[in-house]
Design a protein around this ligand. Structure first.
Ligand code: GLY
Length: 340
């Protein structure tokens, strides 16, 4: 059993990400020494278990983005109180990105900061959501608008959990893996799954270590996410996150082309990598409401002024501010996104 270890280097808040088949057996090594009890936050459909050497209390939260809410945080916090969770104890988020975002935010808020450990069970969770300390919930105005940066004490990526995943969840994870393909230029699909996950974790760990609070470089991890989040919202989350990000990257390529940042060959490469190599959808199945998408994109957290995108260019992928609506329409046209 080979378990690789990638460290997210944040000084005294550094922590390990343990990756491999059977990695969950190492759970005790990442729990704080002070923890006398743990609350495990998970969902009914997570077919994966964790058994730390401290008394545990399991809290089930609902499935689906509508449950990623302040009401869920309140519910979970009541359970913390019932179990007598103190700030020396630990919260364990066991599940995909939705679970680890909620568990992280509940832990960040409980007694103004209680330790959290994530056991990621989805590919999206392993390569992205569980790492880097972004936690939070949605509001009616947008995804993840309420939250906190709260780094976990450790992250477990047990690849055995992936065999429990439905096919659409795996596709969803591949959308995020494809993002790392464009950020790093690496052919990640050539690697076996343990090395592929470890490589994605290393890329993310390095970016987070250099810009924990997203003052600059970390925003690159949002490649494809501006339209991606808007598509997720406008489809009432029937389009999964990774699938939406994949389409968002194709859109970002068209937008970069419209703005003269890349040539058509690079746009074609996006289609090839996302559509052919990763086998993901390159446009939504249904017609779209462009005005609604633009409204949602304006509410994106990156948008401190006007419409902000992460776009490819001659000097690599970077944040581009003040994109005009006319340019967005040109990109929609180039992508042949039909209006509802
Ligand atoms: N998921 C993007 C980030 O962690 O910054």
């Amino acid at each position: 059993m080979t378990i690789s270890r990638v460290v997210v280097d944040l000084g005294e808040r550094s922590y390990p990400v343990l990756i491999g088949h059977g990695a969950v057996s190492e759970i005790n090594s990442v729990l704080p020494k002070t923890a006398k009890r743990a609350v495990i936050i998970t969902q009914k459909n997570i077919n994966f278990t964790v058994k730390p050497d401290v008394p545990c209390f399991t809290v089930l939260i609902g499935d689906g983005e509508q449950h990623k809410s302040l009401q869920t945080i309140e519910f979970v916090s009541q359970k913390f109180a019932e179990f007598g969770l103190t700030r020396e104890d630990v919260v364990i988020g066991l599940g995909g990105g939705m679970v680890t975002d909620v568990a992280g935010y509940a832990a960040a808020s409980w007694h103004r900061g209680t330790a959290v450990v994530h056991v990621a069970t989805s590919l999206v969770g392993m390569v992205d959501a569980a790492i880097g300390g972004k936690t939070g919930v949605n509001t009616g105005a947008g995804k993840n608008l309420i939250g906190a940066f709260w780094q976990p004490r450790g992250v477990i990526c047990d690849l055995d959990a992936l065999s429990t995943l439905p096919a659409n969840e795996m596709r969803c994870g591949l959308g995020e893996v494809a993002k790392y393909h464009f950020l790093s230029g690496d052919d990640l699909l050539k690697l076996e799954m343990p090395e592929r996950v470890a490589r994605c974790v290393k890329i993310k760990a390095e970016i987070v270590s250099s810009d924990e609070r997203e003052g600059g470089r970390r925003a690159l991890l949002n490649y494809g996410h501006t339209l991606g989040h808007a598509l997720e919202r406008s489809s009432d989350f029937s389009l999964a996150h990774g699938e939406a990000v994949a389409i968002g990257m194709v859109f970002a390529a068209h937008l970069a082309r419209v703005m003269g940042r890349i040539d058509q060959a690079r746009v074609d490469q996006h289609y090839k990598v996302i559509g052919e190599v990763y086998g993901l959808k390159v446009k939504p199945e249904n017609k779209v409401d462009r005005a609604e998408l633009i409204r949602l994109m304006r509410g994106d957290k990156k948008a401190v002024s006007g419409l902000t995108f992460v776009l490819d260019g001659r000097s690599g992928i970077e944040t581009v501010k003040d994109v005009s609506e006319a340019q967005l329409h040109q990109a929609f046209d180039a992508m042949q996104l039909e209006e509802k």
